[in-house]
Structure formats: structure tokens, C-alpha cells
Design a protein around this ligand. Sequence first.
Ligand code: S3P
Length: 176
Amino acid sequence: MSIHQNIFLIGMMGSWKSTVGKKLARALNLKFVDTDDEIEEATEQKVAEIFEERGETQFREMETAYFVEKSLQPGYVISTGGGIVVSEANRNALKKNGHTIFLKASPETLSHRIKNTDKRPLLHGNDPLMKLSKIWKDRKEFYETSAHLTIETDRLNPGQVLEIIIKKLEANNAIH
Ligand code: S3P
């Protein structure tokens, strides 16, 4: 199978971007990166520590600097942090530099899936479902307008999501 451009996975925290992204990269023989992991490696800090010590604005700056540059290098599946769509520069890169897949799930589904909040300081404290619902309301339109393809994942497992993505990419002639 060959691919014409990068594949970007977007969606809220817990939408399986990394789980599905790794499987997709393997299936298509592409390289895989996760923006949060790259930032953690470069700073030698956990995402939660970066938020705490440097603040969210600085995290967003690092995220955008990394993603915009990486999006221009071909041959990658890139799993993005849930907040990638907040930046206009990122939204432009998602539109122009690859095929962007939005993994959609309801806040209820996401709250059941999320166990680890080390990478998710925005969910620290009480009532993660309420926090997810608010974030979803603020970002919904950005996810929808940045995506070339949307997959509803509420009733699926990661393997089924992968199968649907591959079928749709083939149907769109994005891979052959
Ligand atoms: C964030 C999502 C996280 C991480 C950070 C902020 C967000 O990534 O980048 O905690 O703003 O939605 P995941 O979507 O991989 O959990």
C-alpha cells in the first residue's frame, strides 16, 4: 500500500488517537509519532508538569511549533494532542499537509475510556465528565471543520475503527 501524504488523527482526550494511530502506521507501513510524547521527550517533563510549571499557553506554543514543522515531512501518521485544533496555524496545517481523520466520541464515552490523567491536566480535580463536556462544546466546530474524514467511535473498538479508516482511505483514493 502506498500513501500520498501524511495522516493526522484528531479528537478529544480518550478518543483513541494514539491506540489507533499506532495500528494505522503499522498497517500502512508509515512512521508514527504522538505530539504529546515528542514534547515530553524534548522537555524531559510530563505534560502535566509542563502545564503546572510553564502554563498552558507555553505548552500550546511548543505543540504548534512541533506540529506545524512535522506536518510538512511526508510519511507519518501523527496522533495529535486533543487541543491541537485550538490553534489556527495547526488547523491550516491539518487541512493542507495531510489527510485528517477525526475520531469522534461523546463526552460520556470519553470519560469511561480515560484512566490515566498524567497527560491530561485539564481533567484534574472533580467531575471529569463536566470538564470534557465543556471542552467538547468549545472545540466541536474546530474538529469538524479541520477533518477530511470523521469516524463515529462510540460503539466500536479500536480494531474496528482501524478497519473503517483503511476502507474509507481506500475509497477516497488516499491509499492504494
Ligand atoms: C489536551 C489533550 C492531551 C494533552 C494535554 C491537553 C487537550 O492529549 O495534549 O493534556 O487540550 O485536549 P490527548 O488528547 O492525547 O489526551
